[in-house]
Design a protein around this ligand. Structure first.
Ligand code: COA
Length: 279
């Protein structure tokens, strides 16, 4: 996988995707959007990958959209703007949100504007407590456009969303955790280990169960009560059939059986790992 704007490292079922334009603070150029689209398509079908971790090279996570290549150079070319806009919205707003694998944003530094939609599109997010976040658009007479307004509405309470969008004031990782934009803020020196521990914990679980967990949550958000119950019921049948067709034949029943035999406690550990430890 050779990309100019991205680096990909796969280890222990975890793909770490590094936005790799450090000299431009990893802002998202049209090329980055195209390469990310291609990469996410490839990783979707890579059986060696269960979890994706997004981070940035150098001192930034992502400085938002590339103001030069996205806004400035397209100002006389509405069709070109539209093409980039659609690609940019699609991978952050839809592909990430419904991605069949778990996604984690590991925010190591500057995180501005359009980068909020990467953070929100990911299932989980951890930042260095000295990372700098900001909805800077209003500072240059713009507003959080594209996917960003919806990302704010999805994740933040109205007071904080509007406060930071209207003032454009920067804030740190600790504040990002307080307002619920991320799960945890940790010292920069511990960011990678802390995030990778979470990724590793999730990567050891059953991929089909993880996907059902995420689908059940994501789609329920947009459904009525009755429809979501009906959906998860159908999902349960799908999960059983998917797991039964797997080579290991190890579906949910194995875990319940071991619990009933008194050999395993689902509340305390992942099924399969305890069995391995015992043998
Ligand atoms: N779009 C285009 N280029 C960007 C960029 C962006 N969003 N963010 C940073 N860059 C470029 C700078 O133009 C500069 O390029 P150059 O070296 O060719 O001149 C390079 O990245 C380094 O930026 P610089 O401002 O010198 O770094 P810094 O560490 O002092 O400041 C930021 C970093 C992120 C605070 C600052 O670059 C910034 O405010 N960027 C814009 C962030 C923003 O508002 N994003 C929202 C976009 S929707």
């Amino acid at each position: 996988m050779n990309y100019e704007t991205l680096r990909v490292d796969i280890d222990n079922r975890i793909a770490t995707i590094t936005l790799n334009r450090p000299n431009k603070r990893n802002c998202m150029s049209p090329q980055l959007h195209r390469e990310m689209t291609d990469l996410l398509e490839k990783l979707r079908y890579d059986d060696n990958v269960s979890v994706l971790v997004f981070t940035g090279a150098g001192e930034a996570f992502c400085a938002g959209m590339d103001l030069k290549e996205f806004f400035f150079e397209t100002k006389d070319s509405p069709a070109r703007f539209d093409e980039i806009f659609r690609t940019a919205c699609e991978w952050r707003g839809r592909t990430l949100r419904y991605y069949p694998k778990t996604t984690i944003a590991m925010i190591n530094g500057f995180c501005f504007g359009g980068a909020f939609s990467i953070v929100e599109g990911c299932d989980l997010a951890v930042a260095a407590n000295n990372a700098t976040f900001g909805l800077s658009e209003v500072n240059f007479k713009l507003f959080p456009g594209g996917t960003v307004s919806k990302s704010l509405a999805n994740l933040l309470r109205p007071r904080e969303a509007l406060f930071y969008a209207l003032t454009g004031r920067p804030f740190d990782g600790t504040e990002a955790a307080r307002i619920g934009l991320i799960n945890y803020a940790v010292p920069a020196s511990e960011l990678r280990t802390f995030t990778m521990d979470i990724a590793q914990e999730i990567a050891q679980k059953d991929l089909t169960a993880l996907r059902a967990t995420k689908d059940g949550y994501r789609y329920a958000l947009e459904m009525s009560w009755d429809a979501s119950i009906n959906y998860t019921l159908a999902k349960q049948v799908e999960l059983k059939s998917l797991q039964a067709s797997m080579e290991s034949g190890d579906w949910v029943e194995a875990g319940i059986n071991d619990f009933l035999k008194g050999e395993y406690k689902p509340g305390l550990e992942t099924h399969g790992q305890s069995a391995q430890r015992r043998s």
